[in-house]
Design a protein around this ligand. Sequence first.
Ligand code: MN3
Length: 207
Amino acid sequence: MNHYPFELEPLTFAYDSLEPMISKTTLEYHHDKHLQAYVNNLNNALSACEQLHACSIEAILSDLEAVPCEKREAVRNHGGGVFNHNFYFSLLKHDVAMSNKLEQVFVEAFGSIDAFVEQFTKASMSLFGSGWAWVVVNKRGELEIVQTKNQDTPLKDGLRPILTIDLWEHAYYLDYQNRRGSYVENYLKVIDWQQVETYYKEACGRL
Ligand code: MN3
């Protein structure tokens, strides 16, 4: 149910199915503990904001000005945590290759798949502290790589995400410790490119 009270959406794959790229233990903590905390804190922040109880998380985050100012920071942080994590977990699956059509879209945007990987990795490595790197469809309908800090989302800037990576240490520290580069490299091996294609079609209305 995509409105208040928000619930923890179950993973659609087995916790151990992404090993060794992302371990069962990491997913248990990341999904069951971290995401659950964002869901609880978002519901607490929204409990007194009845005018927002029928709104989707995307609608709330796209218009944070509509959130009462004493709750805005909590909704921005915890609501962002809910949207970002649900989006991230929806992208994960073993061995789902990119279709030729989607590959063509990425090649047109970035020059080649290697160049995309290089730019996405650079954006992931250069983010200081905690946050996210994204591939988004911008207002001109073009693919673009952007970063957000903390739990900010690209939604408030009118950008439509199609791919993301969680760069908080809780996403990778148990498996990779400080080796963010190894995490990024392996993360790209467990992307469900079919789902990325679905998000691209939704964002552009075409492929
Ligand atoms: Mn996380």
